[in-house]
Ligand binder design. Structure first.
Ligand code: B12
Ligand SMILES: Nc1nc2c(ncn2[C@@H]2O[C@H](COP(=O)(O)OP(=O)(O)OP(=O)(O)O)[C@@H](O)[C@H]2O)c(=O)[nH]1
Ligand SMILES: [Mg+2]
Length: 406
């Protein structure tokens, strides 16, 4: 089965009209499209960077506050400048874009503009007709981000066709290493002159604040390491052959930075929090030029152990919401046995204090077992955070813990 069409959608800078694009996103997803939603009030640079990293087939822009002729043209021009003009641009803005404007925009390289009154069905048909064909001839990558993005697409596409690219020829060709496990990659690439990234896995229930927390950690990392680079692999759920809303980028504000490479992945039918292609994508990122690779799972359930297979991460962080239920629920959450660091996020909420005490007691029960299993004698750490608060001291502490662990 061919991979789903991936498109990026966004609303321009100084524009908060996101209700149209939210409706359109849902319609695309229902018709098999993977939509990476960047959010509203987004600059040309942020949109183009995201489109290149996500290696989408097209960018859909919804614009209402004027300046659309210049804004759309600036997106097309920057794509060209970056050697990424195989990424197409289309969009709409109701009655604010006139037919004359649209003609000018088409002349400047925009594929299509949709006017007030167009049915959602017509837009879906356009996307399938215009962007449905897989891209066979790709332009020669002009940047490291673009090269990496193309390779990640090849890996995802290979899985889509039911072919695992490793340990076969494909990833070997891509990565010079020829191995599918991260640890083997690390050993085999130790003579390549770049940093070996530390891989940190973030998991936890849906909405616990994983993305918000990662974004705050990225901010601290960028400040502390003026030349540092970081990669994020972020997952959202989907069924085989169907669409998905890949929405983590809309929450990531600090991560819209040239030193951050972010890729959103749909799980494409795999249970447990990651995608069938995650492991190989991670292997590729882990031998690329980053200090850290952060991986965020989909919101997981009690039984999930997303990082247990093949030891694909160096450290694991379980992000908990204080509202997990009672002590009984804590006994059932498998990741509480396995995580290196447990975070009680949203500690601004009323139940957070009780949650801290209950989780602390639960982790104490693990101590003798972990010691006897030789977990390096290291105890699990428990941290309280308020990720949505800027400069939260709990997030500072988590950042130090993660840095120390490396
Ligand atoms: C809803 C709305 C709001 C809501 C926004 C809610 C939200 N979160 O989006 C609220 C009330 C908050 C709002 C606020 C403002 N608004 Co207002 N708003 C509208 C309104 C009534 C409808 C827009 C809409 O969502 N339509 C629904 C969509 C689905 O239909 P459509 O627009 O016809 O679009 C079709 C196609 O173009 C296509 N399409 C649209 N986008 C895309 C994208 C892609 C990728 C594709 C494929 C297709 C596509 O889909 C539709 C298919 O039929 C319009 C007036 C109007 N009737 O258009 C004003 C309008 C856009 N707003 C306007 C203004 C001025 C404002 C404010 C500045 C008002 C103020 N002074 O405070 C603020 C600014 C807010 C901000 N931060 O940017 C002006 C803009 C004027 C201009 N550009 O010259 C308009 C035109 C009203 C007017 N006539 O003055 N607004
Ligand atoms: N009260 C409170 N809300 C928070 C905090 N951190 C995040 N949130 C909010 O919680 C919601 C979910 O945050 P995300 O970061 O998207 O959560 P997530 O775990 O990545 O969600 P999924 O990826 O969907 O599983 C958002 O509305 C955040 O603003 C916090 O510390 N306190
Ligand atoms: Mg998230």
């Amino acid at each position: 089965m061919p991979s789903p069409i991936r498109i990026l959608t966004a609303v321009p800078i100084c524009d908060g009209h996101d209700s149209a694009i939210n409706t359109i996103n849902l319609e695309f997803i229902r018709h098999g499209v993977e939509v990476i939603y960047l959010g509203y009030h987004r600059s040309v640079g942020d949109i183009v960077r995201a489109a290149i990293q996500e290696d989408v087939r097209a960018i859909g822009i919804s614009s209402y506050n004027g300046g659309h002729i210049e804004f759309f043209a600036a997106v097309v021009d920057l794509l060209r400048k970056k050697g990424a003009d195989d990424i197409k641009v289309f969009g709409g803005g109701g009655g604010t874009i006139t037919h004359n404007d649209a003609a000018t925009m088409r002349r400047k390289g925009v594929d299509e503009i949709f006017f007030a009154g167009t049915s959602l069905d017509d837009m879906v048909k356009f996307v399938h007709r215009r962007y449905g064909k897989p891209r066979t001839k790709r332009p020669r990558p002009k940047s490291a981000d673009q090269a990496l993005a193309h390779k990640l697409t090849q890996i995802e596409d290979a899985y889509g066709k039911g072919k695992r690219p490793t340990p076969g020829a494909q990833l070997r060709k891509l990565s010079r290493a020829g191995s599918s496990t991260l640890n083997q990659h690390k050993h085999q690439t130790s003579n390549i002159k770049h940093r070996t990234p530390k891989v940190i896995g973030f998991t936890g229930p849906g909405g616990a604040g994983k993305t918000t927390l990662i974004d705050e950690l990225v901010l601290r990392f960028l400040h502390r390491n003026p030349k540092g680079r970081i990669a994020i692999l972020s997952h959202d759920p989907s069924v085989v052959g169907e669409g998905a809303l890949l929405g983590d980028r809309a929450t990531m504000i600090n991560s819209q930075d040239n030193r951050v490479f972010m890729r959103s992945m749909a799980t494409r039918g795999q249970a447990g929090g990651l995608s069938p292609a995650t492991h190989d994508c991670l292997a590729l990122l882990a031998q690329s030029d980053f200090d850290y690779v952060i991986i965020e799972t989909v919101g997981t359930g009690q039984e999930a152990m997303p990082f247990q297979k093949n030891g694909i991460v160096d450290s694991t962080v379980l992000v908990m919401n204080p509202d997990y239920g009672s002590r009984l629920q804590l006994q059932k959450i498998v990741m509480l046995d396995l995580a290196d660091i447990v975070v009680v996020n949203k500690s601004d909420l009323q139940r957070a204090r009780t949650a801290h005490t209950e989780i602390e007691q639960r982790l104490e029960q693990n101590r003798p077992v972990r010691r006897s299993l030789g977990e390096g004698g290291r105890d699990q750490q428990l941290v309280d955070t308020v990720a949505k608060r800027h400069r939260d001291s709990g997030v500072d502490r988590l950042f130090e813990l993660i840095s120390d662990r490396q």
